[in-house]
Design a protein around this ligand. Sequence first.
Ligand SMILES: [Zn+2]
Length: 287
Amino acid sequence: MLVSAAEMLKKAKAGHYAVGQFNINNLEWTKAVLQAAQENNSPVILGVSEGAGKYMCGYTTIVGMVNGMLKELNITVPVALHLDHGSYEHCYKCIEAGFSSIMFDGSHYPIEENVAKTKELVAAAHAKGISIEAEVGSIGGEEDGVVGMGECADPKECKEVADLGVDFLAAGIGNIHGKYPANWKGLSFETLDAIQQLTGDMPLVLHGGTGIPDEMITKAIGLGVAKINVNTECQLVFAEATRKYVESGKDLEGKGFDPRKFLAPGVEAIKAKVKEKMEIFGSINKA
Ligand SMILES: [Zn+2]
């Protein structure tokens, strides 16, 4: 059964480790992340972006697939199914469809509107036992070929949004989505520390986990980060493993063209990457 992410992240923050959110794109991806979580006895959050939701034929399809896998694969570790960077409308769609967690990304609204919409969605989500993440200060990333440097959130605004009853909070601390540029200045631990001091027990979320050096991740966990989002890194290892399979001509040998064989190296690569992340985050054997 899917669970809300509130409890697992509260435990993570108190235990000084972080739970990974791994974004999924298809059946193979989902199976790889779930199996890695079960094999390593770790709680896990499956992230679904709106784009991936559309690609996988909508939220009800995803809920059906994930619930089916939990049962058929005998998954017993805590699993949350979470909407990543949801718009106001899509948060409601996921609440309806049976997701166990949502993120409302209202960071592009003026703070008053972000607050009003967040408040409303907190009530709607909690009425169904669903956890909710909010974002303050936008997280940088590549848009139309221009890489924006990550902004730093205002700790007071973080406190204001945390007080609305959200279960965990994403705050920009210089992190960005996708690959980091060579001139990136690193995470702002000063900002993170200030946010944690004001928000207390609130689990904090680090987006854009791809390419942040391990020692920075560890330091961030020490300062209250309890959820780390990983997306691009799984895509990179999946593509690499699949390319190697094709380049070595394996798809031309015997039944190597069978999708169950063709996609297998990519699945194994995702599993290995997820395990590696769980080790760094400290979530192994914390289920
Ligand atoms: Zn993000």
